[in-house]
Ligand binder design. Structure first.
Ligand SMILES: [Zn+2]
Length: 699
């Protein structure tokens, strides 16, 4: 397309059944925010649109488990997620939710339009049904084997392993997620979107039209689906949580969550336009608008196949220009998982690293899973902070500001003769906006972030080579020129870092005494000059004029110590342990025995009277036990879990008629009953009641 008149940027609607973690931020929200901020800085008309996805089966399951209403669940997590986005500087123009009345209206209207145009197939068919739960099973209510990849835990609508989207009836060996029963088939009516009817259009639009500009991972997934052949997809469900189907025969049914969720982008835009006095239709229906969807790879089919088919069928909407989907971010080598608590949750990060949002934004962007799955490690996070943000960016700024205050009482000096290196450096600054922009416009945000850091590197190297702390003693004029050039770099960084490090940009503008969005809002802009715009970094010869007064130094970043990183690793280790315990397999039952077999065991309640470690063994304690019958010696393999002192006085259960046997030369006359937890901790099996006296039988 020609240069767009405006941009509509959307981000995947986070599902409101839990908080946001770093995987979400890295995959979708940080790149989208970099893009939106960059476009605004370069003077574009932008609608950056988000919202919470609040319908669908998992929310009803979670509500049932917690004994609350689905509305309670979505209210809680909508507030939590919205707060995280604000905290991390994600600059939405509007953040809405799919339970909002405007969304119900918009989605309902959209469905009616398609229905009136005859774009759906109405069909009564046999669907999976759980008779015990009295419920049809779709989406996450049913699990089974994926017909494509063989994953045995595929959901009814999508396999999380291979990303394939399918119908619940396609699953092999389906099982109800509610009762575990094998479902039966029952007749029910649904509305289907005949994707096969749109195949020719999708082929032309994606396979021909976007061969060059869509990311290979996105294009490849689309091609594979189209090549497999598209089939009608049900867009309604037998459920009571969602948007009621606005058609005859739709009673008791709602719109499929994946039908209504992308329409949420439109309703959120409407909400924003109404508030701002804008025309929402320009942002969705004008051909000079560039629509870009930021999503994770699990959403590609919905944004590249199903939603465009819906928009096309409706007829008055534009289609996305690009869908720069990212792959997945892993954490310390393992897949991020909400249920296993294998994640770094944003609210928790902020508690542990207050005020350090930019460090996470920077580290996540530097490692973003743009072309393949990538790994977040705390060591890398620490290295990005210490070796790049602190050692390069922060160090450069700090030196410039400290020296300017020391030599010139904070006033930008006028340059004298500019050496070749000065001229080259000033010319290099001017090239950066275009270099960074080119990466951003091709959705290469990692590369863009590294280019920004290269500008800081340039500054650092310039100062280290020019050594103003040496020239100040011998050549005042030369020093003025050096500091002038260094201050120009600092000023360029303040502008160009904003998309990546928005909080740092704000701080740096304050230090340099430049007006920024915040200081204008404060009315606190005496003596300030305006920060240069993105384009002015290239166009203007002077970014920070001689004679301008800057403020005093303030640290932009601080070193993260090994101990802090170890705490995070310990947290993850604790999650891992908890998971191992939760997932420990239970031994299968042994062969059945008769009652007579059981009565042969004589188990008594006893008390340990004395205990001592057996010499030259690791595991064995020699115990004196009062069994009520007698006091006897028992050798027990518990020394790795208990010291001799701590078991004295313990009430225990003793198998007293076990044939005596010699252990390391000591005859053991019985056995203490123990159990072992999955992480290897031994626990005494003992009757926990004061009235139980030694010698009583366990039966
Ligand atoms: Zn699969």
């Amino acid at each position: 397309m020609n240069k767009p008149k405006r941009y509509t940027i959307t981000t995947a609607l986070p599902y409101t059944n839990g908080p946001i973690h770093i995987g979400h931020l890295a995959g979708v929200y940080v790149p989208a925010d970099i893009y939106a901020r960059y476009l605004r800085l370069t003077g574009n008309d932008v609608a950056f649109i988000g919202g919470s996805d609040e319908h669908g089966v998992p929310i009803t399951i979670k509500a049932k488990n917690e004994g609350v209403s689905p509305q309670d669940i979505v209210d809680k997590y909508h507030a939590n997620i919205k707060q995280s986005f604000e905290d991390f500087g994600i600059t939405y123009d509007n953040y809405s939710r799919t339970t909002a009345p405007i969304h119900h209206e918009t989605a309902s209207e959209f469905f009616k339009t398609l229905n009136d145009k005859g774009e759906f197939i109405e069909e009564t068919s046999e669907q999976l049904y759980d008779a015990e739960a009295n419920q049809f099973l779709a989406d996450r209510f049913v699990v089974g084997t994926c017909p494509k990849c063989g994953n045995e835990e595929s959901y009814g609508d999508q396999c999380e392993n291979c990303g394939t989207s399918h119908n619940a009836t396609d699953l092999i060996n389906p099982k109800s997620a509610i009762t575990g029963n094998v479902p039966t088939l029952k007749q029910t009516k649904h509305w289907f979107l005949p994707l096969d009817k749109h195949e020719a259009f999708l082929k032309e639009w994606i396979l021909e039209g976007h061969k060059k500009d869509w990311k290979p991972n996105v294009y490849g997934q689309c091609k594979s689906w189209i090549d497999d052949g598209l089939r009608p997809r049900a867009v309604t469900r037998d459920l009571d949580w969602g948007i009621p189907v606005p058609a005859k025969g739709g009673e008791g049914k709602v719109l499929y969550v994946w039908f209504d969720a992308p329409i949420g982008y439109i309703s959120s835009t409407k909400e924003w336009a109404a508030r701002e006095g804008k025309d929402w239709e320009l942002y969705w229906k004008d051909k000079d608008t560039k629509l870009v969807h930021f999503i994770g790879k699990d959403n590609i089919v919905f944004h590249c196949i199903i939603f465009p088919a819906m928009l096309k069928a409706e007829g008055s909407y534009i289609l996305p220009e690009n869908v720069p989907a990212n792959e997945f971010l892993n954490l310390e080598g393992n897949k991020l998982s909400t249920s296993k608590n294998w994640a770094v949750w944003l609210p928790e990060y902020l508690k542990d690293f207050p005020g350090q949002q930019d460090v996470l934004r920077y580290a996540l962007n530097a490692n973003a899973p743009e072309t393949k799955d990538n790994d977040f490690t705390w060591k890398d996070f620490q290295a990005r902070n210490n070796n790049e943000l602190v050692a390069i960016f922060g160090n450069f700024i700090n030196r410039v500001v400290v020296l300017t205050n020391k030599y010139y009482e904070g006033t930008v000096p006028a340059p004298n003769h500019l050496d070749k290196v000065d001229q080259e450096t000033l010319a290099a600054i001017k090239a950066y906006p275009a270099v960074i922009a080119s990466s951003i416009e091709r959705y290469r945000f990692r590369e863009a972030g590294q280019e920004l850091m290269n500008l800081a590197r340039l500054g650092n190297k310039y100062l280290a080579d020019a050594e103003p702390w040496k020239t100040i003693k011998v050549d005042a004029a030369r020093t003025e020129s050096i500091m002038y050039v260094a201050l120009q770099i600092a000023s360029a960084l303040a502008t160009l870092c904003e998309p990546f490090l928005p909080f740092t940009s704000e701080k740096l503008k304050n230090i340099l005494n430049l007006t920024s969005n915040e200081s204008v809002a404060d009315g606190n802009d005496d003596n300030r000059v305006a920060a240069t715009s993105w384009n002015e970094v290239t166009e203007n010869d002077t970014l920070l004029p001689a004679g301008h007064q800057i403020g005093t130094a303030e640290l932009l970043f601080s070193k993260i110590e090994d101990e802090t990183i170890q705490n995070q690793l310990d947290k993850l280790e604790a999650s891992k342990k908890a998971n191992e315990i939760a997932n420990a397999t239970v031994e299968p039952q042994k062969e059945t025995i008769t009652f007579e077999d059981f009565t042969k065991l004589d188990i008594r309640v006893g008390t340990i009277l004395e205990a001592e470690k057996m010499p030259k063994t690791k595991k064995l304690l020699k115990l004196k036990v009062d069994t009520g019958i007698d006091t006897r010696t028992i050798v027990s393999g518990i020394a790795e879990s208990f010291s001799a002192e701590e078991v004295v006085g313990k009430r225990v259960s003793v198998l007293v008629n076990l044939a005596p046997r010699a252990l390391r030369g000591v005859e053991s006359q019985g056995m203490i009953l123990m159990t072992e937890t999955p992480d290897g901790k031994l626990v005494f099996v003992n009757p926990d009641d004061a009235e139980v006296s030694n010698g009583l039988q366990v039966s």
